[in-house]
Design a protein around this ligand. Sequence first.
Ligand code: UDP
Length: 276
Amino acid sequence: MSPNCRFDAVIHFAGLKAVGESVQKPLLYYNNNLIGTITLLEVMAAHGCKKLVFSSSATVYGWPKVVPCTEDFPLVAANPYGRTKLFIEEIARDIYRSDSDWKIILLRYFNPVGAHPSGHIGEDPRGIPNNLMPFVQQVAVGRRQALTVFGTDYNTKDGTGVRDYIHVVDLADGHIAALHKLDEDKIGCEVYNLGTGKGTSVLEMVAAFESASGKKIPLVTSGRRPGDAEVVYASTEKAERELNWKAQYSIDDMCRDQWNWASKNPFGYDTSESTK
Ligand code: UDP
């Protein structure tokens, strides 16, 4: 590294994130997510950069017995992907215990959706999307015929799973707030939920996307997806209090911006229209 090039802090977003793939290829996940993070931490330490913001996940709450999830809930991992998030959190706590110069913020993302309001930046998963909203988006633009709803017998308002969807711009702002927090004196290794504190069902998300896009999303119902939790949403109190951050965008905003991105870029970043 050039002596003129100094890093104040690192935001570590990189990682593989498909749950099913992680079950099939655990070593790929442990190698990429864990070894990649350890290498990054070693390089940071070698260059005296000891401020880190890390993308963790609400997956570490597993199947919460009660909601909203607070940061002090017991942590579990249901699959290799989740285990990599949990292990990295533990590694971060160990690093701070070993060297109190480190300042680390672990951000537990709930369900990021939407796109940049410009319509130029959005999510473009390869292959069949695992997550709800990328799948809905691909149905809306005609790339897929119908959304499969995984489970209609949950103990929720309409029987479908409930999650805490958060606009990606709010999520990005949460990182800026975390970076500011790292400038304070006593940080240690802290963890914050990034969510809205509101639960929305699969059918509610579909209805909101239909009204934002004017497109009908055909549905096929099926059994529960193995490993899925029933209801997961965040307590946002700690982030509001200590990061001075609160999500601003509504479900309708998320769907509007996601549709803006999708309608302008029905094949994502691929202009050849060949990657279906
Ligand atoms: N879901 C669904 N069909 C899909 C993808 C997801 O019904 O094709 C449901 C899923 O069962 C869950 C919710 O949508 O209740 C959010 O799923 P996602 O994979 O986006 O997030 P996660 O389950 O990891 O929180």
